[in-house]
Design a protein around this ligand. Structure first.
Ligand code: SF4
Ligand code: SF4
Length: 209
C-alpha cells in the first residue's frame, strides 16, 4: 500500500477535528453561503417592464406576454419566471436595466412543489398603446426610465414629451380618446406609435406653404 503523503495526512487530521461541511437540512434550517445563487425574484417596484431579462435568459425561463385591450387603448406586460426551467446563471439580474434591481437572485433553494405552475411567479407593468392604430409603444415605466436617462433631451420627442407633461401634471394626454385618420399635424404631440408619427410628419411637410 502506498504511504499517504504528508499533505493528505494533514487534510485527514484537519477534517477529523473540524466541523462537517454538510448541514442537517431538512431537520435543521439551512442558511446558504454568501454568494449562493437561488431563485430569481422580481421586484415590482423596481422593474420597468423592458423585457431584457426575458431576451437574455439562456434557458427560456422568463416568459413575456403582452395583453392589449385595443378598444380601450389599455394593455399590460406580464413577465413570468419559471424556477423549474431556470438554471440560476444570473444573466437576468446582470442585464436588468433597472440597476440590476428589477430581478434578483435570492437565497431560496428549496424549490420542490406538488403541482405544476407553483414554480412560477410574475410581475405586471402597464403598456402604452398607440391611440391611432392600437400598436404597443412600450411599457410606461420603461419610457419614464428613458426620460430620466436622457433628461431635458426627452422634451424633443413626442411620446416622451407627452409623458413628461403628465408627470408634471400639466396635461393628461394619456387619457385621450382614439385619434382618427387623416391625422392633423398637431397629432404629433399625442400618444401615437413611431409609424403613425411618421405619417403626421409627412402630413406636416405636405401642408407647409
Ligand atoms: S438565472 Fe439564468 S436561467 Fe434563471 S431566469 Fe435568470 S437568466 Fe434565466
Ligand atoms: S427592468 Fe429588469 S426585471 Fe424588469 S423587465 Fe427589464 S430586465 Fe426584466
Amino acid at each position: 500500500m502506498r504511504k499517504p503523503k504528508i499533505r493528505e495526512l494533514r487534510e485527514a487530521i484537519k477534517s477529523m477535528i473540524s466541523k462537517p461541511y454538510t448541514t442537517k437540512f431538512p431537520y435543521e434550517e439551512h442558511i446558504p453561503f454568501e454568494k449562493f445563487r437561488g431563485k430569481p425574484v422580481f421586484n415590482p417596484e423596481k422593474c420597468v417592464g423592458c423585457g431584457a431579462c426575458s431576451i437574455v435568459c439562456p434557458a427560456g425561463a422568463i416568459q413575456l406576454e403582452d395583453r392589449v385591450d385595443e378598444k380601450n387603448f389599455m394593455g399590460t406586460r406580464k413577465l413570468t419566471h419559471y424556477s423549474g426551467i431556470c438554471i440560476f446563471c444570473g444573466q437576468c439580474e446582470a442585464n436588468c436595466i433597472a440597476d440590476n434591481q428589477g430581478i434578483k437572485l435570492s437565497k431560496e433553494f428549496d424549490l420542490a412543489y406538488f403541482h405544476q405552475g407553483q414554480d412560477s411567479h410574475f410581475v405586471e407593468q402597464e403598456l402604452l398603446i398607440c391611440r391611432s392604430c392600437g400598436r404597443i409603444i412600450g411599457a410606461k415605466k420603461h419610457l419614464i426610465w428613458a426620460i430620466k436617462k436622457i433628461g431635458h433631451l426627452s422634451f424633443a420627442q413626442g411620446i416622451l414629451l407627452n409623458i413628461n407633461q403628465e408627470l408634471l401634471t400639466v396635461y393628461s394626454g394619456i387619457s385621450e380618446r382614439k385619434i382618427e385618420k387623416p391625422f392633423r399635424y398637431t397629432d404629433i404631440f399625442k400618444v401615437i406609435c413611431p409609424q403613425c408619427r411618421r405619417e403626421t410628419l409627412i402630413l406636416d411637410e405636405k401642408i407647409k406653404p
